[in-house]
Design a protein around this ligand. Structure first.
Ligand code: CAA
Length: 263
């Protein structure tokens, strides 16, 4: 993943087994044009397919994670073009195609589609000063990349309704308090270090167990409790078929660290 063949996305492996994807369109505060999303999807897919990568950090710059979908691109769009081109549908690849854990490291603006992109990640880390909002209402429209669904699941209906109907901003500190973000950091450097450290820790676990854990937690967002618990149990049972379950439990009994084979 070291090669950079994209205009607006950078891909690197700053820590062993950790892929870092950086949105880099500074002139437009990382506004998510179709090209940015296409490149982002391609970059994430390349990390999904790279066997040596076991977790991913997705970030922007200190000033902007992403200031939303590209308003200049959307302004002239018609209903039929948006409908026929499945406009914004491919953004969901991040959630539905990438099976490796993704940590969004959010600093600066995460507005509209930028907030929604962060919400598609598995874990959000942010700076305390990060600036989140779903401001689409101020543009005469509504969130179009899952914000009304994912933000509501994260903060509950009343607060999500308030945020989406007013377009009000909320800080990284609030995002942490409300459970939108797992952790808010004092500075950008601490944020990046924290995100990479957690990604590294995840990458040290069994790849099979990590993928299964992500899968079952995500199911909780879609299924009722009884079906979700049934689903979890099925996957839990399935893991008795993995070598890493045997390795992990034997290492515990032997008082040793497990040496995963990721199978
Ligand atoms: N789309 C396109 N261009 C954008 C952009 C966006 N979402 N956000 C910022 N830019 C561009 C600006 O137009 C400006 O370009 P020019 O220099 O060519 O004029 C450049 O980025 C820098 O922005 P500002 O000069 O505005 O910087 P600022 O520091 O004064 O303000 C800001 C920063 C508050 C983030 C402001 O840029 C802003 O309000 N941006 C729009 C935020 C927004 O409404 N996002 C939601 C988009 S709708 C959406 O995302 C739909 C969906 O659900 C998928």
């Amino acid at each position: 993943p070291a090669e950079n063949k994209y205009e607006f996305i950078q891909v690197s492996e700053p820590r062993q087994a950790v892929g870092l994807v950086t949105i880099n369109r500074p002139k437009a505060l990382n506004a998510l044009s179709t090209q940015v999303i296409n490149e982002l999807n391609a970059a994430l897919l390349s990390l999904q397919q790279a066997p040596e990568i076991r977790s991913i950090v997705l970030t922007g710059s200190e000033r902007a994670f992403a200031a939303g979908a590209d308003i200049k691109e959307m302004a002239p769009l018609t209903f039929s073009k948006a409908y026929l081109d499945f406009f914004i549908e491919s953004w969901s690849n991040l959630t539905f195609t990438i099976k490796k854990p993704i940590i969004a490291a959010v600093s600066g603006h995460a507005l509209g589609g930028g907030c929604e992109l962060a919400l598609m990640a598995d874990i959000i880390y942010c700076t305390k000063k990060a600036n989140f909002a779903q401001p689409e209402i101020t543009l005469g429209t509504i969130p179009g990349a899952g914000g009304s669904q994912r933000l509501t699941r994260a903060v509950g209906k009343s607060k999500a309704m308030e945020l989406i109907l007013t377009g009000n901003n909320f800080s990284g500190e609030e995002a942490e308090r409300w459970g939108v973000a797992a952790k808010a950091f004092d500075s950008y450097d601490e944020l990046m270090e924290g995100a990479l450290k957690t990604a590294e820790k995840i990458a040290k676990h069994s790849k099979v167990a990590v993928q299964a854990a992500k899968e079952v937690v995500n199911k909780s967002q879609e299924l009722g409790l009884r079906d979700g618990v049934d689903y979890e149990r099925r996957v839990f049972h399935a893991l008795f078929g993995s070598q890493d379950q045997k390795i992990g439990m034997k290492a515990f009994a032997d008082k040793k660290s497990p040496e995963w084979v990721h199978e």
